[in-house]
Design a protein around this ligand. Structure first.
Ligand SMILES: *Cc1c(COP(=O)(O)O)cnc(C)c1O
Length: 385
């Protein structure tokens, strides 16, 4: 095998070849200007972020986890309250509920999209009531970049008086039936962790909402509960602001984000065309566009370790998102689950594996990855085990 450059799972250096210079200048400008906290770039980025998805307000915060916590704080969610969420997700989704002293109630996912199954919501609500909890909100997760099936979810929330919080850390900018993730739900939150589709060069996050009062409340909460000025404290808050340097980075990244989402479609379509007959490839719902935070395939549970090892030996990195659903994790297993358990979440967690995915994955490298995937899948079970 000829020497090839190491394949990155998410190649942030490749992006720098395109926008690195503008970004470095933007960062240096902040360094020279000296407005490190809530400099004008933060407002400029917030306006751009809101406009991109069509939300009225965007509030930059320190990270995607804080974004969720601040929404729950703004809603006064705490002990005795239940928040419905999926179990097959990153820990932050349920962590924030537990952190606020409320109770996450885990719902089942749809086997084709891995997103929360609207059909599981009724059982989750029943479970919350059986536990004598007050159901307050639902946190949906746009997993791997695909928006949830929001029409039935919105109808359910409306019917049952639940606030809909869309955790779009992976799916900000995804399309759902003519709408854009970030502008779906009573609140949407996102993360700018470097590996997310829209990432910065450190930690960052944002909350999006159309509600003027909630937006004002969230701006106060992220800044020690400030009132009319910095040293006027009208409520208890925290320090959770988006850094000016990160906002400067994000302004440059947002300029190419739509184009990058397009590039990700091309990469995803090439994977799917090459792999769909031999393995379970991602299912994107009709009239929807994923941001492809991950390109996740599924292999037999008893072969996944060998599959990953075979690819690793060929220089192809893979990752499992997520190896264990939250309701099976030590920190969360005592929380209630909808109905009689979550067999789909449990099964899927044993089978999923994500392939390298980023907008700058060139065809030659992708063809190499595809060839190695096909070879690893073709190996007899005994030989790869
Ligand atoms: C990354 C992520 C978060 C948390 O974002 P941070 O910025 O790392 O705090 C929350 N929810 C989901 C689904 C995520 O993928």
């Amino acid at each position: 095998m000829s020497e090839r450059p190491a394949i990155e799972f998410i190649d942030l250096k490749a992006q720098r070849q395109h926008i690195g210079k503008a970004m470095d200048e933007a960062i240096l400008k902040v360094v020279h200007d000296g407005n490190y906290i809530l400099g004008q770039q933060v407002q400029e980025f917030e306006a751009g972020l809101a406009a991109f998805c069509g939300a009225k307000h965007a509030i930059g915060v320190a990270n995607g986890t804080d974004a969720l916590i601040l929404v729950l704080e703004a809603l006064g969610i705490g002990p005795g309250d239940a928040v419905i969420c999926p179990s097959f997700t990153f820990a932050a989704t349920a962590e924030v509920v537990a952190w606020m002293g409320a109770t996450p109630v885990f719902a089942e996912i749809d086997e084709a999209t891995y997103n929360i199954d609207p059909k599981s919501l009724g059982a989750a609500l029943e479970t919350a009531k059986q536990h004598k909890l007050n159901p307050r909100a639902l946190i949906s997760v746009d997993l791997f970049g695909q928006a949830c099936d929001y029409e039935p979810i919105e109808a359910f929330c409306k019917q049952n008086g639940l606030v809909l919080i869309s955790d779009s850390a992976q799916g900000y900018g995804a399309r759902y039936k003519g709408r854009v993730a970030g502008a779906i739900g009573d609140f949407a939150t996102t993360s700018f962790f470097p590996a997310k589709p829209l990432g910065c060069y450190g930690d960052g996050g944002a909350i999006l909402t159309d509600n003027d009062e909630h937006a004002a409340l969230l701006m106060s909460l992220r800044f020690h509960g400030k009132g009319s000025y910095k040293y006027d404290n009208v409520r208890v808050g925290v320090n959770s602001r988006l850094d000016t340097i990160q906002a400067a980075v994000l302004i440059e990244k947002l300029k190419v984000y739509a184009e990058e989402i397009e590039k990700r479609q091309v990469v995803a379509q090439r994977y799917t065309a090459a792999l769909k007959d031999v393995v379970v490839t991602p299912h994107v719902m009709a009239d929807c566009v994923s941001t492809w935070a991950q390109y996740t395939i599924r292999v037999a549970a008893d072969r996944r370790d060998a599959f990953q090892a075979a690819l690793k030996a060929k220089g192809v990195p893979t990752t499992v998102y997520y190896p264990k659903p939250l309701h099976q994790q030590t920190a969360y297993k005592h929380y209630p689950v909808a109905g009689n358990g979550l067999p789909i979440s449990e099964r899927v967690a044993q089978e999923v594996v994500a392939l390298p995915m980023h907008p700058y994955l060139d065809e030659e490298t992708q063809d190499y990855i595809i060839a190695q995937v096909l070879e690893a899948l073709a190996a007899p079970a005994a030989a790869v085990a």
